[in-house]
Design a protein around this ligand. Structure first.
Ligand code: HEM
Ligand code: HEM
Length: 187
């Protein structure tokens, strides 16, 4: 039944803004990461475009790390609105698990990228400045860390697809209030 009043509360404007900025950043980071690494490592083209993509990837990922740290702190302090009352216990459990995994991955993945470029070392962004180094140079370790970085990034993408699928399922098929909680224009 659709009532006059919304049945549940939405996420706060701050939580929604941070969610959608992070979504936009992740949707850019994964294709840019795959493209730059393919052009560089597979095609062996190290031109201005490849290097520019690396710089953009490192800088955006570095900013996303701090956005996610802030977002996690905000979440821990302010909490989230109570779950949609129509959800089954397993839907609540599964969504909480996926949400916390996404928070964790979006901090661990950029951190591993940053550690990786510290070890390599490849800290320079657009020939303008360097990110602070987190470790002493060690190219072998850099390759291992960046390989884990890439695999966990793809795992994050896969989990995000599950999350997006669930959101669309609630919105288009179940037509319950779950999606409304996170929409930019939610009340
Ligand atoms: C949440 C943020 C991030 C996501 C989703 C992400 C995603 C990715 C993806 C999908 C790849 C390609 C992996 C592959 O080729 O299989 C990649 C590669 C790479 N990422 Fe990230 N990344 C993030 C943050 C960062 C940060 C902060 C840095 C460094 C400051 C970084 C440095 C790198 C480097 C150097 C590579 C290339 C590795 C190579 O050449 O083999 N990434 N990233
Ligand atoms: C089109 C894409 C997306 C849609 C439609 C969407 C939708 C939603 C919705 C409706 C919620 C609230 C769920 C609830 O109330 O239980 C939510 C929460 C969340 N989403 Fe997304 N999402 C999208 C993409 C992403 C991506 C790409 C990520 C990260 C990789 C992400 C991370 C999160 C996290 C961590 C939460 C939990 C928020 C919290 O409780 O603090 N979302 N999303």
């Amino acid at each position: 039944m659709q009532g006059e009043m919304p049945a549940t509360r939405a996420y706060s404007p701050v939580a929604r803004t941070l969610h959608w900025i992070a979504v936009a950043a992740v949707l850019v980071m994964i294709p840019v990461g795959l493209t730059m690494s393919y052009r560089g490592n597979v095609l062996d083209i190290w031109d201005g475009l490849t290097n520019g993509l690396y710089s953009a990837h490192k800088l955006t990922g570095f900013l996303l790390l701090w956005l996610m740290v802030g977002r996690l702190a905000y979440r821990l302090v302010h909490g989230a609105p109570p779950d949609e009352p129509t959800l089954a216990w397993w839907q609540k459990a599964a969504s909480h698990l996926v949400h916390w995994l996404l928070y964790g991955l979006l901090i661990v993945v950029p951190l591993l990228g940053w550690i990786g470029v510290s070890l390599f070392p490849a800290l320079t962004i657009f020939d303008l400045f360097d990110l602070p180094a987190l470790a002493k140079p060690n190219e072998e370790a850099a390759k291992r860390v960046l390989s884990i970085h890439g695999k966990l990034a793809l795992a994050t993408g896969a989990l995000a697809l599950v999350h997006i699928g669930a959101a669309l399922h609630h919105y288009l098929i179940l037509k319950d209030g779950v999606m409304r909680r996170m929409l930019p224009w939610a009340k």
